[in-house]
Ligand binder design. Structure first.
Ligand code: OFO
Length: 165
């Protein structure tokens, strides 16, 4: 059973995860439009992962005998300055998500909600991985700079990412 505060916080964050999926879907399409199909694939996989995150919250709320309240999703940006800009925005967004996850865990502890505390553990390791992936790509992009061949090589690498549910 979720108390009112915990329910509201989980429901709010579930909607934020949906925004994350929307953001990466937009980035995937943008990458495709500038001919970077590997990058488009990377963001499409990211979109699919965010839908998994969203569904984890959705299912958890249902499993606690509540029902979700879906909110409107804000429009993500549809234009980006560069590949580096997209990945920097991605890292910034993931750092925001990490702070949200930490706040949810703090609330679960304060409310003595052990079930939610356990449920949230998976997201801690997931966020470490998400931020690490983004930092890795940003590092490579900084080394590559404007080198077209380097960008194409990285794009080929990003094409190999597969969705593993
Ligand atoms: Fe769901 O972790 Fe990214 O946003």
């Amino acid at each position: 059973m979720l108390n009112k505060k915990m329910y509201a916080a989980l429901n709010k964050h579930m909607n934020v995860e949906l925004y994350s999926s929307y953001l990466y879907l937009s980035m995937s399409s943008y990458a495709n439009s500038i001919g970077l199909k590997g990058t488009a694939n990377w963001f499409m996989v990211q979109y699919q992962e965010e839908m998994v995150h969203f569904m984890k919250f959705y299912n958890y709320i249902n499993s606690q005998g509540e029902h979700v309240e879906l909110s409107g999703i804000s429009a993500p940006p549809s234009e980006y300055k560069s590949l580096l800009d997209m990945f920097e925005q991605t890292l910034k967004h993931e750092q925001f998500i990490t702070r949200c996850i930490n706040d949810l865990i703090d609330l679960a502890l304060n409310e003595k909600d052990h079930a939610t505390h356990i449920f949230m553990q998976w997201f801690i390791t997931e966020q470490i991985e998400e931020e690490d992936n983004d930092r890795d790509i940003i590092g490579k992009l900084k080394l590559i700079g404007d080198n077209g061949q380097g960008i194409l090589m990285l794009d080929n690498e990003l094409a190999t990412r597969v969705f593993t549910p």
